[in-house]
Ligand binder design. Structure first.
Ligand code: NI
Length: 390
């Protein structure tokens, strides 16, 4: 792969970082050792280090020249609450915690790029190296922003990257507009009237009501959403009852709603509550819906997506930059940063053979061979965003 020679030459060290992080995973907002590892290396590269945003967040500031321009490059550091089922030497040493999404690789790639940028300083402006905690569901990006990330470290543009097992190594996926969906969480409490399982006429069965709500909720996408828009309503948990012969008083339904467009998100949120309430009322029961918007949709700005694609093409060749990938209905908290600043989130191919194992799978492992690809992309992106002599 045509990556930067000086980065390829020190691949062994990047692999060592990546495997160390993989063996010592830490969960959201608990990335104490990981943050220390990152901060120590940044400091050793001669980069100004700021710690404490969102607790375990680390920001490296690298200035060169006189330009007021700035760019933010972001990596996530947290692991997943799952047990690894790989047997290799760098497998997780912490049961119940695993780098099952490759954030170990993301951290190592940005560190590799940071060292190169600090050594070569072939740019004019300020690079902010953002190592964020808690991407996996806890919204570490939002916490960093709420605590002043972009006030303390102004960024004209921000960029993020995630490894992607569905793409082969040596490729990128880049697109303008939506790339990941908004992810919401709901919980519907259906209240009826419990009683003897043999005498349903004396109560109001919330199990039956819940079943009707599950079915009716599927009309929100199939009948209520523009067929060329994309959305998901998944009821993933049904909880109620304690005995085979007792009708319970309540049943709870929970699940997730995914969407790209704000108007679709609004309609699904209100439609779900309306269906739950009115279906329940039709049976003489009640339903209350608690709805929480978790991550917004990840929306790449057009100009920055074009910049990202052209930089990716410099690393892997234009034929290996996929501009036509469909968005994913998964979610990503880099979306919060893209709400604040123009920027682009790209997918870095890491699949092929056993490496096609999907993210969040207990057999997943980040592929070391793509470390220099991602690190080279970061370096060239910073140099492109902050050109010298202009
Ligand atoms: Ni991830």
């Amino acid at each position: 792969m045509p990556v930067l020679d000086s980065i390829a030459a020190r691949l062994d060290e990047m692999i060592a970082w990546r495997r160390h992080l993989h063996a010592h995973p830490e969960l959201a907002f608990e990335e104490v050792a990981t943050a220390g590892f990152v901060a120590d290396r940044l400091a050793a590269f001669g980069i100004e280090v700021h710690r404490g945003l969102a607790g375990t967040g680390v920001v490296g500031v690298l200035r060169h020249g006189n330009s007021p321009r700035s760019v933010g490059l972001r990596a996530d550091m947290d692991a997943l609450a799952m047990t690894e089922r790989n047997g290799f030497a760098h497998a997780s040493r912490h049961p119940g915690k695993m780098h099952g999404c490759g954030h170990d690789g993301h951290t190592a790639m940005l560190l590799g790029a940071a060292r190169h940028l600090a050594e070569t300083r072939n740019f004019d402006g300020t690079v902010h190296l953002i190592f964020q905690p808690a991407e996996e569901g806890a919204g570490g990006a939002k916490v960093m922003i709420d605590q002043g990330l972009f006030d303390r470290f102004p960024c004209d543009t921000v960029f993020g990257m995630h490894n992607w097992p569905q793409l082969p190594p040596g490729t990128f996926g880049v697109r303008a507009g939506p790339v990941m969906a908004a992810a919401d969480h709901f919980e519907i409490t259906v209240t009826g009237k419990g009683g003897h399982g043999a005498m349903p006429q004396l109560g109001i069965d919330p199990v039956l009501v819940a079943a009707h709500i599950v079915t009716a909720a599927q009309s929100l996408v199939s009948r209520g959403t523009d067929p060329v828009d994309a959305a998901v309503v998944s009821v993933t948990m049904i909880q109620g009852g304690s005995a085979f012969n007792v009708i319970p008083d309540t049943v709870t339904l929970s699940g997730t709603v995914r969407s790209f467009r704000p108007e679709t998100q609004d309609r699904l949120q209100h439609g779900l509550a309306r269906i739950a309430e009115r279906v329940a009322a039709a049976f003489g029961a009640t339903a209350e819906t608690a709805y929480r918007r978790n991550y917004p949709a990840t929306l790449n700005s057009r100009t920055e997506a074009a910049v990202a694609a052209s930089v990716a093409a410099q690393v892997v060749g234009a034929q290996n930059v996929h501009r036509d990938l469909e968005p994913s209905m998964a979610a990503e908290d880099f979306a919060f940063m893209l709400e604040q600043r123009p920027g682009c989130y790209v997918w870095l191919g890491q699949g092929g053979g056993a490496a096609s194992c999907m993210l969040h799978n207990p057999h997943y492992d980040f592929q070391d061979q793509i470390l220099p690809v991602g690190a080279s992309y970061w370096v060239l992106l910073a140099e492109t965003a902050l050109p010298r002599g202009t």
